[in-house]
Design a protein around this ligand. Structure first.
Ligand code: BGP
Length: 472
């Protein structure tokens, strides 16, 4: 394996990440209401269904709801010091606009936290990860409606009051910039994307940003030891050529993501963002209270997902579109890609870390990174496993670059690889796009025993954590 000169610092948080709708199952158990995921059986490229359908793998997912103790014990065996998971809003407020929370839903996360505490694993909680209660989508058109801010505030007040003394690290919205690309999944916006006006879309973005600031405000009040982070889908954008027009085009595209960090860290919209809204003919309804909330409640840290980088060009004739996490970009001729076309770029992670640190001077947390791949369960020395050397290579190369960024002086709080246990993919809604260190015996047709098996990468990651990166 390649060498890194860096010993990761003592307090560095090592772990894995998941989201409720992708692992829990139990989709109607203990009073849970429907979420938007319950009507997305085939991922983001297919329109939502009228109601739940039997072919939605998320109804059972990997049954974490009943197997969390076994799974957390496996995370502990790998030596995790943190585990990122999300709370399903519709377990706590089944319709989203209910007056009172659902006690059985709250009790489930108490049990998860008990288990983490037992193993000395620090929880990292995403408040909203692509699982808006369905009723809020249908009755309000999701985040287009300003009322969502109040419903979200009610939800976070309950979370901070209940778990605030036990959970230090919180993320307000998963990949908050993705609402622009996946308005239903990320913003609960029921209006089909091609009928949604730019004004409604950017107003929804604004409401989420205000709600995020409000969550920070509520945390200061109810959970003073909490650290609040924003969470951004990071995808560094390179100019396709050294032509200055390409460089400017790359900067412009990059800023469509960076703007979200700018608002969370600086507390106001940057000029380039306001210009892009003017050019789209969008006039936002921003109140004085909104401005104050944004300005007074900036985040403690910036977290992000990183899977791939993309290119940009000003020359439409040179534009070859590639795939990317939730939204495509111009393909980089220099890079390989995963089976799903996401281009693999470990150095891009070092670039993103340096760019964010230079720009925001806030501690950074890599809360998603990993390789989606088709795995094969085999028997080695009588033990069932997956020989996932491709995953080990991907993660190793990315972690080496994190080490380089630490040497560069970037403050990195931790690293949670995505889908540390196999789960239902967000974009395809399938189980065959696997990310985990732990194989789950469940197939796209719903067959399988749900039994868990340690992959080769399980032992590799345990060794990396044990040696604090020296094994990279
Ligand atoms: C991010 C999401 C995750 C996760 C990941 C991998 O966009 O935050 O929920 O799923 O991407 O994406 P996919 O599952 O589509 O491979």
């Amino acid at each position: 394996m390649s060498n890194t000169t860096t010993a990761f610092p003592d307090g560095f948080l090592w772990g894995g990440a998941t989201a409720a709708n992708q692992i829990e199952g139990a989709y109607l158990e203990d009073g849970k209401g429907l979420s938007i995921q319950d009507v997305m059986p085939h991922g983001i490229t297919t329109p939502r269904t009228a109601g739940p359908t039997d072919d939605n793998l998320k109804q059972v997912a990997i049954d974490f709801y009943h197997r969390y103790a076994e799974d957390i014990a496996l995370f502990a065996e790998m030596g995790y010091s943190t585990y990122r998971f999300s709370i399903a809003w519709s377990r706590i407020f089944p319709n989203g606009d209910d007056a009172e929370p659902n006690e059985a839903g709250l009790a489930f996360y108490d049990r998860v936290l008990d288990e983490l505490e037992k193993h000395g694993i620090e929880p990292l909680v995403t408040i909203s990860h692509y699982e808006t209660p369905l009723h809020l989508a249908e009755a309000y058109d999701g985040w287009v409606n300003r009322d969502l801010i109040g419903f979200y505030e009610r939800y976070v007040r309950v979370l901070f009051a209940r778990y605030g003394s036990r959970v230090k690290y919180w993320l307000t919205f998963n990949e908050i910039n993705s609402v622009i690309h996946a308005p239903f999944m990320s913003g609960g916006i029921n209006t089909p994307k091609d009928e949604l006006s730019p004004t409604d879309l950017y107003q929804a973005v604004h409401h989420e940003l205000v709600a995020s600031a409000l969550a920070t405000k509520v945390a200061r009040e109810l959970a003073p030891n909490a650290q609040i982070g924003c969470m951004i889908l990071a995808m560094p954008v390179y100019p396709l050529t050294p032509n200055p027009d390409d460089v400017m085009a790359a900067l412009t595209t990059d800023r469509t993501n960076l703007a979200f960090g700018d608002v969370h860290v600086r507390g106001a919209y940057p000029g380039y963002y306001l210009r892009s809204l003017r050019e789209k003919g969008v006039e936002l309804d921003i109140t004085e209270d909104d401005r104050r909330l944004l300005a007074e409640n900036t985040v403690d840290f910036v977290s992000f997902s990183y899977y791939a980088s993309v290119c940009e060009t000003a020359d439409a004739s040179k534009r070859v579109t590639g795939e990317g996490n939730l939204f495509p970009g111009v393909r980089n001729p220099e890079l390989r890609a995963s089976e799903w076309g996401w281009q693999i770029d470990p150095v891009g992670l070092r670039i993103a870390l340096n760019q964010f640190w230079d720009r925001w001077q806030k501690p950074l947390f890599i809360v998603e990174n990993g390789l989606g791949a088709k795995d094969e369960l085999v028997e080695v020395d009588g033990i069932r496993t997956v020989v996932d050397d491709y995953r080990i290579a991907y993660l190793n190369d990315h972690l080496v670059q994190v080490g380089e960024a630490l040497e560069d002086g970037v403050e990195v709080m931790g690293y949670t690889s995505w889908g540390c246990i196999d789960l239902v993919s967000a974009s395809t809604a399938q189980l065959s796009k696997r990310y985990g260190f732990i194989y789950v015996d469940r197939n796209d047709d719903g067959s399988g025993t749900l039994e868990r098996f340690r992959k080769k990468s399980f032992g590799w990651y345990a060794e990396v954590i044990r040696t604090r990166g020296a094994a990279l």
